[in-house]
Design a binder for this molecule. Structure first.
Ligand code: AMP
Length: 249
């Protein structure tokens, strides 16, 4: 069974993001970029399924500017077999990403597509669900355990109040949650080997998809600065302040 793993290039999770002075978005120039952490978990899960002999091939896909090729190389160094880069300078929103991934799924015919539950840059948490709807495939979102048996996959999902297990018939969509696994670091020999693995480059036009944004970004602003706390001298003073000064925000 072939596995497809979409990997997004995002601002590294260690970077403190800064809003552009004109409020048009987040500053990305000169900022360290990395693979979306939930997508690292997706790649790890796919590679483990291959190591167990359940999957035969892992294909990493990234959509965006040419530098997304680096994100694909990271997936290849972790153990993916080949990559597909859909290169575009257009701003890609989840519906456009889902349409492009649908076109790739139709070409590649994977048994399972494993995405991150959300990209940490825009926190949309929408692409996997939209892709499932477009393909008409079942979906298991927020997965903390994935078990494939024959033509079905059992997905344990992290939901409010506990865990829920759903059984899906393949082909299916899974989105990863934090506790699914701990992604490996790529070893130096595997980074070298990844350089020789193939990456196919496509365009949205070649896939017959118009990626134009459907949503207009109105404004991006920094969160309000937190005010400094005050020290109180006694419990009585604290209670008095809670009664007279504390506000529900
Ligand atoms: P989102 O719906 O934007 O929060 O993203 C959810 C997941 O969709 C990500 O974790 C990726 O697996 C996938 N995804 C979103 N955008 C892209 C992209 N430009 N390239 C590859 N995968 C993407």
């Amino acid at each position: 069974m072939k596995l497809l793993v979409p990997v997004k290039r995002v601002v590294d999770y260690n970077v403190k993001v800064r809003v552009r002075a004109d409020g048009s978005g987040v500053e990305t120039a000169g900022v360290k970029m990395s693979m979306n952490p939930f997508d690292e978990i997706a790649v790890e899960e796919a590679v483990r399924l291959k190591e167990k002999g359940i999957a035969t091939e892992v294909v990493a896909v990234s959509l965006g500017v040419a530098a997304c090729g680096e994100t694909i190389r990271t997936a290849l160094a972790m153990g993916a077999d080949r990559g597909i880069l859909v290169e575009t300078d257009a701003e890609l929103q989840p519906l456009a990403v889902a349409k492009l991934l649908r076109a790739i799924a139709e070409r590649e015919q994977p048994g399972l597509i494993i995405l991150g539950k959300q990209a940490i840059d825009d926190d949309m948490n929408a692409t996997g669900q939209m892709l499932a709807a477009l393909l008409g495939w079942p979906q298991g979102t927020f997965a903390s355990k994935v078990e494939i048996a024959g033509e079905t996959v059992a997905v344990t999902r992290e939901i409010d109040g506990g865990l829920e297990t759903v059984s899906l018939s393949l082909p299916a969509i899974v989105t990863t949650d934090l506790r699914l696994n701990e992604p490996r670091y790529a070893s130096l020999p595997n980074i070298m080997k990844a350089r020789k693995k193939p990456i196919e480059t496509l365009t949205p036009a070649a896939l017959g998809v118009d990626p134009s944004p459907r949503l207009a970004l109105v404004k991006v602003v920094e969160p309000a600065k937190r005010q400094a706390g005050k020290k109180v001298g006694s419990v009585a003073e604290l209670v008095a302040k809670l009664k007279t000064e504390a506000k529900v925000i």
